[in-house]
Design a protein around this ligand. Structure first.
Ligand SMILES: [Zn+2]
Ligand SMILES: [Zn+2]
Length: 157
């Protein structure tokens, strides 16, 4: 079974790491980590920058990239590279879920499949310890499917 840590524990891990590495607790790093921990769902670097701007923290993109990299190294964030889309990030302490990716509009939907989770919990891999997994299902979302159906009618007046 994979256990989830709470935000406070993730924040503690980040701060302890800065101490151990003799890195400074800058207001920028603090703002980024606190913002990230309050996001539910996925976000891109651009979206994170926008959220920080909205909060009144004007942090450079380089600082955001560096801090996000650090958060990934520490296992606080995970990066998803869905085919054809910008890298998306999400916290590591969210419940296990699968992703449905629309190949037309790029929308990503999260779904929980208890049968699949139960199956994965029984899986043992030779010479490998699983930390987490993420199933990606590529296809077409309902609204794109509807648009596709409508199109031929609009083309012929
Ligand atoms: Zn779509
Ligand atoms: Zn997700």
């Amino acid at each position: 079974m994979i256990k989830a840590e709470n935000n406070a524990s993730l924040l503690k891990r980040f701060n302890s790491y800065l101490d151990e590495q003799h890195m400074r607790h800058t207001p920028e790093r603090d703002a980024i980590v606190r913002r990230v921990l309050n996001i539910t769902g996925h976000f891109t670097i651009e979206q994170l920058k926008q959220m920080l701007d909205d909060d009144g923290f004007y942090v450079s993109k380089a600082t955001i990239y560096n801090t996000v990299d650090l958060l990934m190294t520490l296992g606080i964030l995970r990066r998803h590279c869905f085919e054809g889309l910008q890298a998306q990030y999400e916290k590591s302490n969210v419940p296990i879920h699968s992703h449905l990716i629309c190949t037309k509009c790029g929308k990503v939907k999260e779904v929980r499949d208890n049968n699949f989770i139960a199956f994965m919990n029984t899986r043992k891999f030779t010479a490998f310890t699983q930390d987490y997994y993420s199933l990606c299902v590529y296809g077409v979302c309902n609204s794109c499917a509807r648009k596709q159906k409508k199109k031929p009618k609009q083309l012929t007046p």
